[in-house]
Design a binder for this molecule. Sequence first.
Ligand code: AP5
Length: 223
Amino acid sequence: MGKVNLILLGPPGAGKGTQAKRLVERYPLVHLSSGDMLRAERAAGSELGKSVQSFMDSGKLVPDELVTEVVISRIKRELSAGDKGVLLDGFPRTEQQANDLAKAMEQINEKIDAVIDLQLDSKVIVERMAGRRSCPKCGRVYHLKANPPKNDNMCDDCNVELIQRPDDKEEVVRKRIAVYEEQTAILEDFYRKVGILKVVDAAQDIDSVSESIFKIIDQIIEN
Ligand code: AP5
């Protein structure tokens, strides 16, 4: 199967992590979530982890200079390691990050093939975030109603108790939505101009969103 490099764009709670898990099962892709990378730094107690904590917990973006290098060096490492493409989730999030990514990809003779834009109304976002739970061990994401675990509040894979992310409190979610609209939504135009933006209605159920994305990727691979 042909290699593709993709970006999952969309506001908090649009389903980027949920869909990423399904996409890596179907296509030769490595899932790279900047949020997961930063949470791993925090869990490890690294200097970077300490520096990003207050930004994340208040729903603000971590400054570009703290995020870009970490994510881009990981992208380069993954792309030089094998035949899989990258599936970027949560990066880029500012125009500066998008420009830095484009430069880095050019340097290594790679390109982003498509940006999947998961569009979702902010009312639905707040409801989704209230029901989100995740596994502190493997990061698998659940929803109490839409995608519940098999056993009460335990991860299906790890049998570890699920947690609620500290930035999923309603007031922080509202801040994250505002930050998305102010600093990240601009990337829709950025990638529309490049001709690689693919819009998906993220208000559909989880399977239907997956089907819409599969169609887009299959078409790219066929061409
Ligand atoms: P990050 O971890 O990237 O969070 P986010 O973008 O806000 O996205 P989420 O992980 O909250 O949502 P998602 O779209 O993955 O939704 P999910 O699939 O879980 O970033 C966190 C923080 O890190 C940022 O605020 C910032 O501080 C920092 N950061 C990260 N990257 C950065 C960068 N590049 N630059 C600067 N700062 C950065 O789904 C949500 C819920 O809905 C789940 O419960 C799920 O089960 C459910 N669900 C999913 N799809 C559906 C559906 N179709 N129907 C019903 N329920 C659904």
